[in-house]
Design a protein around this ligand. Structure first.
Ligand code: ARG
Ligand code: ZN
Length: 854
């Protein structure tokens, strides 16, 4: 890797169509770990005369031969730089022509896991966003779509690629994908794999063979992924009228994978942690995540593959929509209320955090240096929120009509956000000019609400304001759908939810004919991704927590109550009695969904408290926050000990483990209760549970409590003895220790773990487990002496030489650095500067670090 002195900025405004059509592609792979040969035949048709043919292709590719219509062009007309190969227009026919290349690549040297690489001896690929250019020379951009024929020669027993199988013989397989696709959806797998197989009959009667491919021995952990796939296929037919379009659908689990999973046409490749699950190795959260990611990748077949993106600036066109669809799916499969609350929780934890700091960017960015740095919470999760708002504004029917039109009009296209919005305008007649700001403007709007009351009339006055973000100092008003309901003094709803459409910087809405002053339930269902600021006292919050009919708003009232106490405590004031009293009523409410009660019982994370404090202009003190949260948890346990002990017994799930939503809900409440009780029982219950639980969900929960009480050693040892050779369980083992460790020990624990032989740091899951575990320990990572920063920076630099994508992604641990005190800031900045000065730093990490320092 070389130092890149010049910035490689790409701009949305510079988009130009590719000057050639690509009619079809035939590829031949001769697989060998260190010397794989790739033959490519590309049939081009010029769209304009006089254009040079520029192909993407990294410098690791060895070019063996190149012909145009069978003839070798004059060497003077062929040139290469580090990233492209160019054939001058003078060497090209004016009509259609065939370019054939033969190249050699070295998958065994590919530690960046981009392009073709090896994972545990098996060949696999990851091409999104720009991995195909590491395989062969090609117009590696999403708006160049074509059909692929792929021949694979290898002695590996299972040989897979996209589309339908044409030929399967020992040592050889041929695949044909009839659906034109961009190169980022290409995939190839060759390995010693076994399948869990099933089939699905689509609503028009097409029989589809389904396979989940895993390593021999893992078959008994692939069944849940298969069930999830079948549910997803059915759901997309029922909810969106979308049917599958090939004879086979293959999923492959691989151990070395940069991201979660990838929607390659007909051949999804998954991080093995999102496929493999058994009760003794996976938690309820793992099961739920597997179900939703299997759905996500499957749903991409229409939103992503059949309709793809014109360029990478449009990434949220496929990702925001597909996240929105997988959220709808999970809401239908499980509890919609619980799903909504957890989605908001993670939006706030990840996207609001991103929006508040130096890495803030709009869901559709208009410039970047390295596209892999933009697979972010803003593009994915905020991208999904924006679609949720659109749906709220046009209504369910309008949404349905718009989506039907989108599929009809753009099937086979590489589309843009403008195309997407146009569809909604045409289907519903609505002007979306102002709405588009949600796509183009960064930052989380602050929404202030004030109330006026008199003569039976309630007036709500709203003001919106979005703080500046990098490159965007001023933000015009956005359209904000605000869902509001009114609750009478006796707790009955006097006005059911309705959407107020705010379009101005300040705007009032009135409600007449009210007998008594109602309590306002605002931003129900989290109807817009904003920060609501209202003057409200704890008594009103407690009232909403007891009476609100909207589950999100009800949870939010409890959350605000907890936060109000924690913010006080973190600043050295006594507080919390109101919250402790209110929470007692809620946990005693046997009619409430256990999962909902669990969500209400879990205190806001230290990170969230810090984010809230900083949004109010207070410099967060990580140690004080940690102490405040610990203290409040202990007080809840002391006050409600009898109630909690009873609940702990009551919520035990009898019989064999099942990952279904009801059983998982009971376990989640039981675990939340255990977390509180272990603050005062010395960890005794946790020790019993760890020894007796037959499932990983409860064992992990117990382990967290034990580590927190400083008595995790035995349990950790037992787990290692039992699962030392199970990578996924050991990832949990690596993560949990620095994450839960006492603040003063966390960095040292991470250092010790990093010296172990099985800290296989080049494996992205293992690296993320350790470094991510430490970063998730708020007070530990932000230790005042800067040890957390220094340790993390050391490892990011080491990782950057092997795998820049992972280093860049993990560098977001630093994205909040500017909000802390001067001492911490100085140490964080020193760590960032040390990385910036690293010789040979990748484009990925350099872009991240320079945005954070700027
Ligand atoms: N499209 C994949 C998904 O959302 C993610 C691929 C991310 N790849 C990357 N290089 N950042 O399911
Ligand atoms: Zn996706």
């Amino acid at each position: 890797m070389t130092i890149e002195a010049t910035a490689n900025e790409q701009f949305l405004a510079d988009y130009r169509p590719y000057p050639f059509d690509l009619k079809q592609v035939a590829l031949e792979f001769d697989l060998a770990p260190a010397a794989t040969r790739v033959l490519a035949a590309l049939d081009f048709q010029p769209r304009e005369s006089g254009a040079d043919l520029v192909l993407d292709g990294g410098k690791q590719i060895k070019l063996l031969s190149l012909t145009i219509d069978g003839a070798v062009p004059d060497a003077a007309h062929v040139s290469r730089d580090d990233e492209t190969l160019t054939i001058a227009a003078a060497a090209l026919p004016s009509g259609p022509f065939r370019l054939e290349t033969e190249v050699q690549i070295d998958p065994s040297a590919n530690t960046a896991f981009e392009g073709l690489y090896l994972s545990g001896g098996m060949f696999c690929t990851q091409c999104e966003a720009e991995g195909f250019r590491h395989i062969t020379f090609y117009p590696d951009r999403p708006d160049v779509m074509t059909t692929f024929r792929v021949l694979v020669r290898s002695d590996q027993p299972v040989l897979l690629s996209n589309g339908n199988p044409v030929r399967q013989e020992p040592g050889l397989a041929e695949w044909h994908d009839p659906w034109p696709k961009p190169s980022y959806l290409f995939a190839l797998v060759a390995g010693d794999l076994v399948a869990v197989s099933d089939h699905f009959t689509t609503r028009s009667g097409r029989d589809v063979a389904l396979n989940v491919w895993v390593r021999p021995g893992d078959q008994d952990r692939a069944g849940f992924a298969m069930e999830s796939l079948i549910k997803s296929m059915k759901w997309d037919e029922d909810a969106y009228g979308r049917e599958y379009d090939l004879d086979v659908f293959n999923i492959v689990a691989v151990d070395d994978f940069n991201m979660g999973a990838m929607e390659n046409k007909g051949l999804n490749i998954f991080n093995s942690k999102l496929v493999l699950a058994s009760p003794d190795t996976a938690t309820d959260a793992d099961y739920e995540r597997i179900e939703s990611v299997i759905a996500h990748e499957y749903f991409h077949n229409w939103t992503g593959n059949r309709i793809t993106c014109r360029d990478w600036f449009q990434l949220c066109l496929k990702e925001g929509l597909t996240v929105f669809r997988d959220q709808q799916f999970t809401a239908d499969m499980r509890s919609a209320a619980v799903k909504r609350i957890s989605d908001v929780q993670s939006l706030r934890a990840r996207q609001f955090r991103e929006d508040q700091g130096p890495l803030a960017h709009p869901p559709r960015p208009d410039h970047y240096e390295e596209i892999n740095n933009f697979y972010t919470a803003t593009v994915y999760e905020k991208g999904a929120e924006v679609i949720g708002m659109l749906k709220r504004l046009v209504g369910d029917d309008g949404y349905r009509k718009s989506l039907d039109l989108y599929f009809q009009r753009h099937d086979g296209d590489a589309a843009t956000i403008e195309d997407w919005l146009q569809v909604f305008e045409d289907a519903t007649g609505r002007d979306l000019t102002q709405f588009k700001r949600w796509y183009t403007d960064a930052g989380t709007p602050r929404l202030k609400m004030a109330e006026d009351w008199g003569d039976g009339r309630l007036t709500l006055r709203f003001t919106q304001n979005t703080p500046p973000t990098p490159g965007q100092p001023d933000k015009p008003a956005r359209v904000i759908p605000i869902s509001v309901g009114l609750i009478g003094p006796n707790g009955d709803e006097v006005l059911p939810s309705q959407i107020l459409e705010m379009t101005e910087a300040s705007q009032s809405f009135s409600f007449d004919g009210l007998g008594a002053r109602p309590v306002v339930s605002a931003l129900r269902g989290f109807s817009a991704p904003v920060i609501l600021e209202r003057e409200i006292d704890d008594a009103t919050r407690a009232f909403l927590l007891a009476h609100d009919s909207d589950p999100f708003a009800r949870w939010e009232a409890g959350r605000d109550l907890a936060l109000s106490a924690l913010l006080q405590l973190a600043q050295g004031n006594m507080a919390g009695d109101d919250y402790i009293a209110a929470i007692g009523q809620l946990i005693a409410d046997e009619n409430a969904d256990p999962a909902f009660r669990a969500l209400c019982l879990n205190l806001p994370s230290e990170e969230e408290i810090a984010t809230r404090l900083s949004a109010r202009g207070v410099v967060p003190d990580p140690d004080a926050i940690h102490a405040a949260r610990t203290d409040l948890a202990r007080r809840i346990a002391e006050t409600h000990e009898a109630l909690l002990s009873n609940l702990y017994r009551l919520m035990a799930v009898p019989g064999a483990y099942s990952p279904d939503a009801d059983a998982a809900a009971r376990r989640s409440l039981r675990i939340a209760v255990l977390g509180l009780l272990s603050r005062i029982d010395g960890g005794d219950r946790a020790e019993v549970l760890f020894g007796t639980a037959g499932n990983m969900t409860e064992r992990m929960a117990a382990l967290v409590c034990l580590i927190r009480r400083g008595r995790g050693q035995t349990a950790l040892r037992l787990l290692e003895e039992e699962f030392g050779d199970n990578r996924l369980v050991m990832d949990k083992w690596f993560m949990i220790q620095p994450m839960v460790a006492p603040v003063a020990e966390s960095v040292q624990i991470a250092q010790t773990l990093a010296k172990r032989k099985d800290f296989d740091w080049k494996n992205p899951n293992r690296f993320r487990a350790l470094l991510g575990g430490l970063a998730a320990n708020h007070a530990g990572f932000h230790r005042a002496d800067g040890a957390g920063y220094a340790f993390t920076a050391d490892w990011l630099m080491k990782m950057d030489r092997a795998n820049p994508q992972i280093a860049a992604r993990m560098s977001t641990a630093f994205e909040t650095w500017t909000r802390y005190d001067a001492g911490r800031r100085e140490k964080a900045l020193a760590a960032l500067q040390r990385m910036a000065a690293m010789e040979g730093i990748s484009r990925n990490l350099r872009e991240m670090v320079s945005r954070m320092i700027a």
